[in-house]
Design a protein around this ligand. Structure first.
Ligand code: FMN
Length: 329
């Protein structure tokens, strides 16, 4: 059994290359994410491009539970990577079998593993050998291209190898993000898979998360673009699954932006962090009436003071972006 919470009321932050860095993970956790996954990290890069790669692994005592997502196609290399990261304190790993970016696929890694099930299983098994059962997940797409479907026999072999959970983004790798996620295929996979399954794909609001849980029987959800658009998706999710606790209050968007900026300043390289805020803040303010000019200025912002001034102006404009129909605060 996995050591991590996998249940409808424990939403995960997805691996997001270029986005799920330490400040964003901490922000999402404060807003209700139960588990967070790092950006994908090259197993090979840990040994050959260690400075840039290791930066992706920056973490903090509050950044827990954390899943480190690795990509690679060489079981030995993945074993060495997981073992050395485990020695440095990492406790959970995920194997990327869904990335369709050319430079990843041409090395046999990411979605290329979907077309080579023996290698896929060998890679995951090597990671389990490095850290022990219950600590490794595998993130899949439906297959390389239609009509191939992720093989339930592979899911069974992964379970036998000690893999503890699966995530399915039910699109084919050849689709990228085109079309819609095939939640019927996800439901069929969940019904037959011998492991808990996290649902990914087209979960833009907490209501989407609730619907996919109900329609597919998936054990949990993973928010990706929905969290990038508004990390309060986790707070909204909590309000839909209150359990015995009182659902947390939804903070105003400008409070979230200021908090994201503060976490960036505290935990990231200053220049890099400011560049990331240039793209994050316009997303958070996308629905604010009258803030087009502010968004244009945000893309060019050069200092934290400038950023603070623009956030103040957004607040004066009444920045409480419209909620999607049917969404709860
Ligand atoms: C900008 C971006 C970066 C991503 N990076 C990764 C990654 O590093 N590893 C991975 O397995 N998936 C990655 N994904 C895929 C997401 O984790 C998720 O499975 C996908 O976006 C489908 O969910 P959504 O439609 O709710 O966004 C990325 C997606 C986006 C949009």
């Amino acid at each position: 059994m996995p050591h991590l919470p996998i249940s409808p009321d424990a939403p995960w932050l997805a691996p997001l290359a270029g986005f799920s860095d330490l400040p964003f993970r901490l922000l999402c956790r404060e807003l209700g994410a139960a588990v967070a996954v790092t950006e994908m990290v090259s197993a090979k890069g840990l040994f050959y491009d260690s400075r840039n790669t290791r930066r992706l692994l920056d973490t903090h005592p509050l950044d827990t539970p954390l899943v480190v997502q690795l990509f690679g196609a060489d079981p030995d290399c993945l074993h060495r990577a997981a073992a050395s990261l485990a020695e440095a304190g990492s406790t959970h790993f995920d194997l990327n079998c869904g990335c369709s970016v050319r430079k990843v696929v041409k090395t046999g890694a990411g979605a290329a593993l979907l077309g080579d099930p023996d290698r896929l299983v060998a890679c995951a098994a090597a990671m389990v050998r490095a850290i022990g059962p219950g600590r490794v997940g595998v993130k899949l797409r439906l297959g390389p291209k239609p009509p191939a479907r992720v093989d339930l026999e592979v899911a069974g072999r992964l379970a036998e190898a000690g893999v503890a959970w699966l995530t399915l983004h039910p699109r084919h790798a050849s689709q990228g993000f085109a079309g819609t996620a095939d939640h019927e295929a996800l439901a069929a996979f969940v019904a037959a898979a011998p492991l808990p399954v996290l649902a990914s794909g087209d979960l833009m609001t907490a209501d989407d998360g609730r619907r996919v849980l109900t329609r597919t029987g998936a054990q949990g959800v993973m928010y990706a673009r929905g969290a990038l658009a508004d990390p309060r998706i986790f707070t909204r999710h909590a309000a839909l699954f209150p359990g015995t606790a009182v659902p947390p209050a939804l903070p105003p968007v400008c409070t979230v932006i200021r908090r994201h900026a503060a976490l960036c300043r505290e935990h990231a390289d200053d220049r890099q962090a400011l560049l990331r805020m240039r793209t994050a803040v316009p997303r958070y303010l996308r629905d604010l009436p009258g803030c087009r000019a502010l968004r244009a200025r945000l893309c060019r912002v050069e200092s934290w003071d400038d950023l603070g001034g623009i956030i103040d102006e957004a607040e004066a404009l009444g920045a409480t972006p419209a909620q999607s129909p049917g969404e709860h605060a």
